[in-house]
Design a protein. Structure first.
Length: 365
């Protein structure tokens, strides 16, 4: 990692507080070349692929990066919008809306977003916040359930930036919000709104991103947090244990992953005579390739191929107001003790100005 040039330090600069939302990432374009760059970064992360590098890197560069980019590019092309990648679009909107919600509550904050893989990078956005005077920064990984492959990886990148930074700001981060009441209420709102328009299906499938089963055995809390989210959401919706099922998608490779797997479950439900399913992905707060292509397209086709009649995908939280409100409350709780209100910011500014005047006065005597 190259050493980034630090912003010039300005004496007397009023201290500010920043918030950095971080999502997984996206390629710059739905092309094989862009996917090759993106996948090379993503699949080189030792938190994501826990195989010894001497074994994995030849496989990655010799096989996967030669074959997978073209296939992945076609999948991204099927969900790409005029505005660009859906994940980027929704994350940008969430950042803007969060800034507004917090501002309405009197907080004077700098809110930015970054991607763990791709652009804008975590390091560049932390440097930008620091250049704008942020001396306190809250990192908000947009992963409701904690996993070493997601939240911990974000913090790895934050720490890597920190190793290259002389004057570190104060840093905090949110580990998870899988059981946050506001987040769960927002999920319930989205399901109820869908049912209000389309009617209620026979089974609600809650599909979370998969992880190798080995991660559970090593102590990763992800599986337990997914199940808890599912249970608490079902309670809010008044569902019995036979009315919903928690599944895991996006299996990669031949190793055993967390089960039950989403696509085989959808096929089995159809074979059992289930005519309609509604599917939601509570582990994603923004629609992306895993929800729009893997679930809404591939999952739907799998269900219909086995005799199912109606498949309904319930969109992610995206820019839903109850979600942005919940996110703002989550951020407020984790900012406690830091000066963020307008009155506190003015006091900090006045103090800095007083110090500068005192220095100037002292130099004249």
């Amino acid at each position: 990692m190259s050493v980034a040039k630090e912003p010039e330090y300005q004496h007397g600069q009023p201290p500010r507080t920043g918030v950095l939302l971080v999502n997984l990432g996206t390629p710059e374009a739905p092309t094989p070349a862009a996917l090759r760059r993106y996948l090379a970064q993503f699949l080189s992360d030792t938190r994501v692929v826990e195989i010894p590098r001497l074994v994995w890197m030849p496989i990655l560069h010799g096989i996967i990066l030669r074959v997978r980019p073209a296939k992945s590019a076609a999948k991204y092309a099927s969900i790409w919008t005029k505005e660009g990648s859906p994940l980027r679009v929704w994350t940008q909107k969430q950042t803007t809306l969060l800034q507004g919600f917090l501002g309405e509550s009197g907080h004077q904050l700098i809110v930015r977003h970054a991607m763990r893989y791709g652009q804008p990078s975590i390091g560049s956005q932390l440097s930008a916040l620091k250049a704008e005077g942020a001396q306190r920064i809250l990192i908000v990984p947009l992963y409701p359930q904690y996993s070493a492959a997601t939240t911990a990886s974000v913090m790895d990148d934050v720490f890597a930036w920190g190793r290259q930074t002389r004057a570190l700001p104060e840093l905090r981060h949110i580990n998870h919000f899988h059981d946050d009441p506001g987040y769960l209420d927002a999920l319930a709102d989205s399901v109820k709104a869908h049912w209000g328009t389309h009617g209620r299906g026979g089974k609600l499938v809650m599909s979370f991103h998969g992880m190798p089963e080995r991660t559970l055995l090593l102590g990763d809390p992800y599986h337990c947090e997914c199940l808890k989210t599912g249970r608490l959401l079902a309670e809010r919706l008044g569902l019995g244990k036979d009315d919903y099922i928690v599944t895991f998608q996006s299996r990669f490779g031949k190793a055993k992953w967390l089960q039950p797997y989403t696509e085989p479950t959808l096929r089995e439900l159809a074979r059992q005579g289930q005519q309609r399913v509604d599917v939601i992905c509570p582990g994603f707060v923004s629609d992306c390739i895993e929800t729009l292509e893997e679930i809404a397209m591939e999952g739907k086709q799998a269900f219909l191929d086995e005799g199912g009649k109606e498949f309904n995908y319930i969109p992610c939280l995206n820019d839903q107001m109850s979600w942005i409100r919940a996110l703002s409350k989550l951020v407020e709780r984790h900012l406690q003790g830091w000066p963020t209100l307008a009155s506190e910011q003015v006091s900090a500014t006045d103090l800095a100005q007083q110090r500068e005047r005192a220095k100037a006065s002292g130099s004249r005597h």
